[in-house]
Design a protein around this ligand. Structure first.
Ligand SMILES: NC(=O)c1ccc[n+]([C@@H]2O[C@H](COP(=O)([O-])OP(=O)(O)OC[C@H]3O[C@@H](n4cnc5c(N)ncnc54)[C@H](O)[C@@H]3O)[C@@H](O)[C@H]2O)c1
Length: 445
């Protein structure tokens, strides 16, 4: 069902009153968790005219928001500052404000434990606080990526303990966040928003809220479908990256240029979508979310074998890169031990500052373990901790001159590749960043 801002029909007047406030954009909107997902969402609601309260356990983020200073690259301090000044956005760490709020979007982290089991502690903590200050007439939407069943099995019982009835006295939905930090074309406002509620009235209320602020809302029939949508999307990416990484390993063994092969395959106008190999998975989504699904499907008696296999292959890539560096140095009659390897780009992907799960950390760790000296450059990451070592960003051109080997791990735009190719002794390029260069110094993945 494609949704616009059509009339919401709920069985009771509580719902009608809430719908009225949402339509009038006087509903007091709350966003719990003001990170990469929550802050841009809070700004979109405020831009649409709602009074927005952000709630975060981090005092420093709360102070920065209230000072109009953005710490998320996709949100400009200028626009945040204007919204704070006009009292459209405020932030607090005091959860008692929940009593006054009409809608609450939960955008807290959902990491994995060391055992690759879901760590639901942030969602549980946020839900407990919401339950503590719960009142009738609220719409609660979980946006954190999670396993199917979370909204109905974990959140609903906590909120229903109030004695209120879902779909009549309050409304509960799941809506996956699909934001792609650093993407200049797609942002919170123009990425279609999928939403599924516990009841049909819940779905309608969720659709009504989002359609005030976002360009397109897609309703689905349940919270579980909405939860699974996000897992399908990210599992699709993870498995295709695993496939193309395996292709890269095969091509390396057979002496075939994997990049040229993919570019040629991508000329097929149907039935093929290019994915590219790389130094390993990074970020808060692709390396993590599929394991939420495999954990849940194991409970349902199904082994998620594609996910496990892709996870294994992707996990091998940092080792493969370090082997490539070692071989490249051997060719120069230099052992990896005691050699200086300069890592160019450490954020988990191009043009962002996010280091979460970055493969650069694995590569740096493996290099140190094999006894090499390391340095790094990254315009977005001024300092970095690897094992117990504190590193500071260096000038890539100066490092290219002094290092024994340069490895390009993240291909930020505008990097001085020409000078690096000129000055470096040998370069291992894991991203095909040097596609326009011809030089015997360049070793491609
Ligand atoms: N970053 C992305 O690109 C992205 C994309 C799509 C979906 N997601 C999902 O969205 C969710 C949030 O991710 P993120 O990248 O914004 O994380 P983040 O770490 O940037 O932000 C989470 C925020 O929640 C706060 N927080 C933690 N516990 C809290 C609590 N109990 N109450 C209030 N605030 C609390 C943290 O202080 C932090 O500011 C995750 O489930 C993630 O998988 C992230």
């Amino acid at each position: 069902m494609e949704a616009g801002s059509g009339a919401v029909v709920t069985p009771a007047s509580v719902g009608e009153a809430l719908a009225e406030k949402i339509r009038a954009r006087t509903a007091r909107v709350g966003v719990v968790g003001l990170g990469y997902v929550g802050l841009p969402l809070a700004v979109e609601f405020a831009e649409a005219g709602f009074p927005v309260t952000g709630i975060d356990v981090s005092e420093s983020k709360v102070s920065m928001v209230n000072a109009g200073q953005s710490y998320v690259k996709d949100v400009e301090s200028g626009s945040l500052g204007r919204l704070v000044e006009s009292r459209r956005v405020r932030a607090t760490s005091d959860f008692s404000v929940i009593r006054e709020l009409d809608t609450i979007n939960i955008c807290v982290p959902t990491p994995l434990r060391k055992t690759r089991d879901p760590d639901m502690s942030y969602v549980v903590a946020a839900a407990d606080e919401i339950a503590r200050h719960f009142r009738e007439g609220k719409l609660v939407i979980l946006e954190s990526t999670t396993y199917p069943g979370t909204t109905d099995e974990l959140l609903l019982p906590k909120l229903a303990r109030s004695g209120l009835q879902v779909g009549r006295d309050f409304f509960l939905c799941f809506s996956p966040e699909r934001v792609d930090p650093g993407n200049p074309k797609f942002n919170t406002r123009n990425i279609p928003k999928v939403v599924g509620g516990v009841t049909a009235a819940c779905t309608q209320m969720g659709v009504l809220l989002y359609s005030q602020a976002l360009e397109r809302v897609v309703a689905v029939s349940s919270t579980q479908v909405a939860e699974m949508v996000k897992l399908l999307e990210n599992t699709f990416r993870m498995i295709n990256i695993g496939l193309v990484n395996e292709m890269a390993l095969m091509c390396d063994r057979m002496g075939i240029d994997v990049w040229e092969m993919i570019d040629a395959a991508a000329t097929k106008p149907f039935g093929f979508m290019p994915f590219y190999p790389g130094p390993g998975l990074g970020g808060h989504c692709i390396p993590i979310d599929p394991f939420y699904l495999s954990w849940k499907s194991k409970q349902a008696g199904i082994e998620a074998r594609f996910i496990e296999l892709a996870g294994y292959i992707n996990g091998q890539m940092p080792h493969f890169v370090v082997d490539k560096i070692q071989n490249a140095l051997n060719e120069q009659a230099k052992p990896l031990k005691n050699s200086h390897v300069h890592i160019m780009g450490v954020a988990y992907k191009r043009d962002i500052d996010d280091m979460r799960e970055s493969p650069a950390l694995d590569i740096a760790h493996l290099l140190l373990k094999r006894g090499s000296r390391i340095s790094y450059s990254d315009p977005y990451v001024p300092a970095l901790r690897v094992d117990s070592m504190e590193l500071f960003a260096q000038d890539p051109e100066a490092m290219a001159e002094s290092a024994d080997c340069v490895v390009i791990v993240t291909d930020h735009s505008g990097a001085p590749y020409g000078a690096v190719v000129e000055k470096a002794r040998v370069i291992v390029d894991t991203r095909n960043a040097l596609r326009g260069f011809r030089s015997p110094k360049i070793v491609r993945l």
